[in-house]
Design a protein around this ligand. Sequence first.
Ligand SMILES: CCCCCCCC/C=C\CCCCC/C=C/C(=O)SCCNC(=O)CCNC(=O)[C@H](O)C(C)(C)COP(=O)(O)OP(=O)(O)OC[C@H]1O[C@@H](n2cnc3c(N)ncnc32)[C@H](O)[C@@H]1OP(=O)(O)O
Ligand SMILES: Cc1cc2nc3c(=O)[nH]c(=O)nc-3n(C[C@H](O)[C@H](O)[C@H](O)COP(=O)(O)OP(=O)(O)OC[C@H]3O[C@@H](n4cnc5c(N)ncnc54)[C@H](O)[C@@H]3O)c2cc1C
Length: 675
Amino acid sequence: MVHHQNKAIREGDNPDLTAERVTGTFDTHSMAAQIYNSEAHARRRREITEIIAKRPELHDTKPFPFMTREEKILESSRKLTLITKHMNEIIEPNNSNEMFHLNNEVLGIEGHPMALHGIMFIPALTAQASEEQQKKWLTRAINREIVGTYAQTELGHGTNLQNLETTATYDVATQEFVLHTPTITGLKWWPGNLGKSSNYAVVVALMFIKGKNYGPHTFMVPLRDEKTHQPLKGITIGDIGPKIAYNVTDNGFLGFDHYRIPRTNLLMRHTRVEPDGTYVKPPHAKINYSAMVHVRSHMITGQAIMLSYALTIATRYSSVRRQGQIDTTQPEVKVLEYQTQQHRLFPYIARAYAFVFAGAETVKLYERVLEEVATGNVSLMADLHALTSGLKSVVSHYTAQGIEQARMACGGHGYSQASYMSEIFGVAVGGCTYEGENMVMLLQLARYLVKSASLVKTGQSSKLGPLVAYLGAKSDSTSLIDRTPTTGFAEYVKTFQHIARRQTLKAADKFFGLMEKGEKRPIAWNKSSVELNRASRLHTRLYIVEAFVRRVEEVADPRLKEVLTDLLHLHVNYELLDMSTYALEDGFVSSSQLDYVRDQLYFYLAKIRPNAVSLVDSWEFSDQELRSVLGRRDGHVYENLFAWAKASPLNKTDVLPSVDKYLKPLMESARASKL
Ligand SMILES: CCCCCCCC/C=C\CCCCC/C=C/C(=O)SCCNC(=O)CCNC(=O)[C@H](O)C(C)(C)COP(=O)(O)OP(=O)(O)OC[C@H]1O[C@@H](n2cnc3c(N)ncnc32)[C@H](O)[C@@H]1OP(=O)(O)O
Ligand SMILES: Cc1cc2nc3c(=O)[nH]c(=O)nc-3n(C[C@H](O)[C@H](O)[C@H](O)COP(=O)(O)OP(=O)(O)OC[C@H]3O[C@@H](n4cnc5c(N)ncnc54)[C@H](O)[C@@H]3O)c2cc1C
């Protein structure tokens, strides 16, 4: 048997796809180790996939698009129960990476009844509950004796946490907090799994003590009777109805009617309220926002994975789909031969790699900050908040765009739910909104950039943190791209730094200038906000490029290094063209340099072409995880599309009741009236 570099090759596969895999120049298992940050983790992913493949009870009983929402929830609860029961046979206990993979394989991306339990409820209790509180609730939560969610957003308020309407008013006499929803707009609205699944929630409410508003705080709140699962007295609760996607998750509403909880249900690791109502403030005003920072830090990788789902589907399909000719004397070509198709897909393949590398760095920083905050050191919280705010916005935006490009790259079949593209898009695009609407989060990063710009302007560049140190550096007079013999990326990085620095300082000038002219700070901020967000995006895109460069520099295997270097070339050239307005407007980059950048882009599209399928195969998504007929590993698309169509519930009978009831009588009466 021949050993190929691409480990996805199997006998009997569509030969067009096998031919693509044979041309791969690198070992896809080794590339998976880069993507998943270690050989051990990549191997464990494969082992988990194999275990699941051998357990049919963990497979979907029918394709998700053929199920109603109720069926999907039932099916996902069945599988959730099974994986909970057999968890220790499948994954290492408490390994969140393995759990994430297990969930993606078995439950999929549409959510499940305990999605928020793992993503926010447990992280909130871990970071914000005191040790005593953790003994009471965290162990039960980890054991899944109770199911919880994170209830913050309201019908009328999501972004602006200071104006939430839900109140928690301290009653000194009974040592209780009274939770209350004063209006319809104060109903909690959106929290995942709040509607039907959870019996507890970490609730965010404005805390009032003796008439004083202490702002948003987090409380552990029982919602349903633990035995009967009936809502408790004083609680109004339910599902908010179907959404664009993510419909296995019961996003819910919740109202409180003077609902009492003990004082000790305020999460008290960092903040305390004494029995007499004395407030002990936390070491950082935003320490209670930790569950949001947790998701923002992890969702970068989550988004990269969803983008790669779509790219895997589209790239494999483009290798088996033949349409039209390039040379009219030759047979029809694979659509992947078209430069336009390559230009549509390959820069996003590069972005997906860039995002997953940036995501790994973000999680590392998050874990460091988590440890430091636990010991009272809050010094890096602002940096982490700025970084994750920018990354969640930029990455979710380009992920949604990339998935949509991948869908269109599949032509008509991309529009069928057999491709699974619409669900992937629908779930991923939610990331532009949840955990802070993208514009709002870019503006959070902009606050950090403006402060940094003001250090530069006042000659205090030495005080700049490592993420923004480049703001204090001097630019060359022009970019040296194409003017130096070096093949490295230093000139590109310098150019991105120049662009981000110039835009940041310019936007900050606009803001400060407006204030100097007498505008109040918030008005000046609003009038500068489009320019400020441009700066945030450029800063974040620079960070992503740098994270990519850092990773490529670390890679030792020469075959991997070569293909990752090709991808990085593609990335920097594509990014620079995409932001060429900024590069051209002060003459830092000339139009002839941009011609060079364009040529480089086309060169690397062609160079990557033979590795395209191997690059997407390296993510090692199983068919079970992808849930896409078009993206099947074996490339046998057409026969399976036909089988899929035949399985459509509409094809159970030859004549639908709607035809019997309406169309037949309509046609009959039309015929009769002609007589
Ligand atoms: C292995 C694990 C696998 C995980 C996989 C994940 C993959 C995910 C896939 C699917 C998941 C789907 C589930 C979705 C779940 C969604 C949940 C939610 O959406 S929960 C609700 C989220 N809501 C928000 O994000 C609201 C956004 N709004 C805010 O965050 C705030 O209101 C604000 C905009 C930040 C403003 O806050 P506030 O009004 O309090 O601010 P100000 O008083 O104006 O102060 C601003 C200063 O505060 C600093 N700040 C703000 N936040 C932080 C922070 N977190 N840390 C540090 N500092 C912070 C800010 O920088 C300002 O500082 P200065 O400029 O004044 O110095
Ligand atoms: C799939 C999904 C899952 C969710 N899960 C949860 C959950 O589990 N728990 C939970 O509590 N919430 C959850 N949410 C809610 C989510 O966090 C909020 O919808 C999100 O934070 C945005 O807030 P909003 O809806 O109030 O938007 P709005 O703030 O009303 O945004 C509307 C528009 O106003 C703009 N805008 C608002 N404020 C400003 C500003 N200061 N400056 C400039 N522009 C501004 C925005 O950019 C946007 O264009 C979920 C939402 C979705 C879609």
